[in-house]
Design a protein around this ligand. Structure first.
Ligand SMILES: Nc1nc2c(c(=O)[nH]1)N[C@@H](CN(C=O)c1ccc(C(=O)N[C@@H](CCC(=O)O)C(=O)O)cc1)CN2
Length: 281
């Protein structure tokens, strides 16, 4: 049994937000406009409401001016594009985020590509994805960037590690693979057609799981001494939150582990604040 240590995303997120608050207040004192973030949510998804509220609260803490747009589920794609076009033109708005998922009648990639890439603080626009792939400066997706910041805070260097990413979504798995590759890890990405998930997970020095299924990985597979990053958020029937990895079992094997809640979720929010600040410079 290994003694595990916690990758405390809540604590690191608080530190990042305090640093940002200081930088922003100094810039405002010097006569600059505060960064402005437009938060757009369509529909009533309960989990999304929590995430959006966490983002708005983080804006209040850091001195970012936020403007929330809560639109009904039946909003047309055309009406959403018109709002995005207005926000693209608004000089007080430096960052625009449209909370995902969107209702089925709205095409997510059309929406993300409608946002001015310089205001795309989620890093989902094709131009920013291209910058990430080519390792050029640009806005980077918040969750993967937040994972790298958290590892860096605890001086965990992925260089030379075998990193296994479970999940290949546009917003987490694929950009996280690239982040890990650029950090010098050897990367394996597992997805719905992966034949022997256990075989891959057992080889991971650094295991990142981002599927949204608490049964996807058996924590007994974890290599002793591995670093485990749990990015899944699952709401259990009793209202509690759990990650994609059984924390109790995994923490007996891992050297480092990020909890849910209190791990990557808060890092996603803090990174959004960093991206918004950077987009305002
Ligand atoms: N436009 C975007 N939509 C979505 C993104 C994204 O990066 N941009 N990612 C996910 C959800 N996400 C961000 O919006 C997100 C997930 C979790 C949290 C968070 O604060 N989690 C807390 C627990 C919160 C709770 O009580 O439920 C934690 O883990 O401690 C914030 C943001 C999908 N959509």
């Amino acid at each position: 049994m290994t003694q595990h240590q916690i990758l405390d995303g809540k604590k690191v997120s608080t530190l990042i937000q305090a640093e940002l608050a200081e930088k922003i207040s100094k810039r405002v004192e010097a006569g600059h406009k505060p960064p402005g973030l437009a938060v757009v949510m369509v529909g009533n998804d309960e989990a999304s409401k929590v995430y959006v509220n966490n983002k708005i609260k983080a804006c209040e803490k850091t001195g970012i001016r936020s403007k929330a747009h809560f639109l009904p589920r039946q909003t047309s794609a055309k009406a959403l594009y018109e709002l995005i076009d207005e926000l693209n033109q608004d000089s007080k708005i430096h960052g625009i985020l449209v909370q995902l998922p969107l209702p089925e009648h709205i095409d997510e990639s059309e929406v993300t590509n409608r946002i001015d890439p310089n205001k795309d603080v989620d890093g989902f626009h094709a131009r920013n994805v291209g910058h990430l792939v080519l390792r050029q400066p640009g806005l980077r997706p918040c969750t993967p960037r937040g994972v790298m910041t958290l590892l860096n805070h605890y001086q965990i260097d992925p260089k030379g590690m075998h990193c296994v990413v479970v999940g290949a979504s546009n917003i987490v798995g694929r950009p996280l693979m690239l982040e890990m590759l650029f950090a010098g890890a050897t990367v394996t990405c597992c997805h719905r057609f992966t034949q022997d998930l256990a075989k891959h997970v057992k080889q991971a020095d650094l295991l990142c799981v981002a599927v949204g299924n608490p049964e996807i990985v058996d924590a007994e597979w974890i290599k002793p001494g591995a670093v485990v990053i749990d990015i899944g958020i699952n709401r259990l029937a009793d209202g509690r939150l759990s990650g994609d990895v059984d924390f109790h079992v995994a923490s007996k094997k891992a050297a480092w582990i990020s909890p849910v809640p209190g791990g990557i979720g808060p890092m996603t929010v803090a990174t959004l604040m960093q991206n918004t600040y950077e987009a305002s410079l």
